[in-house]
Design a protein around this ligand. Structure first.
Ligand SMILES: NC(=O)C1=CN([C@@H]2O[C@H](COP(=O)(O)OP(=O)(O)OC[C@H]3O[C@@H](n4cnc5c(N)ncnc54)[C@H](OP(=O)(O)O)[C@@H]3O)[C@@H](O)[C@H]2O)C=CC1
Ligand SMILES: CC(=O)N[C@@H](CCC(=O)OP(=O)(O)O)C(=O)O
Length: 305
């Protein structure tokens, strides 16, 4: 069986990496439109008409327009943008959250691909709330560092021109676009303080959740809750702190769709850090989109990643 796939926005950062992951596959035929007509509504509608699944790798407004263009067609959609991540009509494409969500993705017409920081944050927080180790109304802070491809073509150009700094923090106004989806898909009721930053490396990301410990919330209890939740998952691994070493490198998972989670700290002084490391263009975007596509097409999730 061969499926026809259209990547709308395939010349962008996320789209290009999806294309690279799919173009060698014999079970996939990529629909391509003349690059000069890549923003032409008629050309794109024809591609949507031909496709079994279309993957939207567009800015939010363009993604909303694309959904409108395809609204009366049979094509199934995966949206990599932020536009539909807290929209109930769309399934949130994070299959490791629960078996129920994986089953919903398999049958869905509309799947929204999670954000990169959100993937790391939700992966840590949701299972710990479910295990009773974080309260939904607990004040939390999330720190993160991303490679510059996270900012799309514009930020890539700044780094390639040599004009951008080695490291910067941003999102200081606490209105980052990932906060609503982090709250919606963890069940957090109090907005977490979010401190993202960018470093002078293309891909890679580390998301850190600092926590205070108590008699129940120990390093061991946190590790076991996360290990139990992700037991058997191919793309989320919970790794003992001793294996991670004293330095966590955000680029460690680059080129793969695997996210590594580890729990560090000391019950004696009551301080702990839970860390997720992922490739912002792997499990944080393009790899996750291909994983969702594979689930939707009832294929091995690992193929083509
Ligand atoms: N980069 C990342 O790490 C992640 C990105 N995403 C999301 O994926 C989406 C794409 O991001 P990214 O790849 O980084 O962005 P880029 O800016 O690198 O690419 C966006 C692409 O969309 C094209 N485009 C813009 N408007 C239209 C339109 N109306 N019709 C057709 N094509 C259009 C652009 O064309 P042109 O070539 O003219 O600029 C460009 O090629 C965004 O919503 C982003 O939030 C999600 C997760 C992580
Ligand atoms: C480094 C950087 O700028 N990162 C982007 C998020 C990456 C991205 O585009 O995320 P989505 O998954 O939501 O589309 C930002 O902070 O807005």
């Amino acid at each position: 069986m061969e499926y026809s796939i259209f990547i709308d926005g395939e010349a962008g950062t996320t789209g290009l990496q999806i294309r690279e992951r799919l173009e060698a596959r014999e079970d996939i035929r990529l629909i391509q439109i003349d690059p000069a007509r890549r923003k032409d509504a008629d050309a794109r509608r024809e591609a949507f008409q031909e496709a079994d699944v279309a993957i939207l790798c567009l800015p939010d407004d363009a993604a909303r327009e694309a959904v409108e263009l395809a609204s009366d067609l049979d094509v199934r959609l995966i949206d990599a943008s932020t536009a539909h991540r807290v929209d109930d009509r769309w399934v949130y494409g994070f299959p490791e959250l629960s078996d129920e969500i994986r089953d919903q993705i398999a049958l869905a017409q509309l799947v929204s691909n999670p954000g990169c920081y959100s993937t790391g944050s939700i992966a840590i927080i949701a299972p710990l709330i479910a295990a009773g180790l974080i309260d939904a109304d607990e004040p939390l802070a999330i720190n993160a560092v991303s490679g510059f491809t996270g900012g799309g073509k514009a930020l890539v150009a700044e780094y390639e021109d040599g004009a951008a700094p080695a490291h910067f923090v941003y999102g200081l106004n606490q209105r980052h676009k990932h906060i609503p989806e982090i709250m919606a898909h963890t069940g957090l009721m109090l907005q977490p303080v979010f401190a993202p930053s960018v470093g002078n490396f293309a891909q890679g990301m580390a998301v850190q959740l600092p926590l205070h410990l108590d008699d129940d919330r120990t390093v061991k209890a946190l590790f076991e809750a996360l290990s139990d939740h992700y037991d058997g998952q191919k793309f989320v691994r919970v790794v003992p702190a001793a294996e991670m070493g004293a330095r966590i490198v955000p680029t460690a998972m680059n080129g793969s769709n695997v996210m590594q989670i580890s729990v560090h700290g000391d019950d004696d002084n009551g301080c702990c850090m839970v860390v997720a490391v992922l490739d912002n263009l792997g499990k944080g975007a393009s790899g996750a989109a291909v994983q969702n596509l594979n689930i939707m097409l009832d294929m091995d999730e690992g193929e083509g990643l």
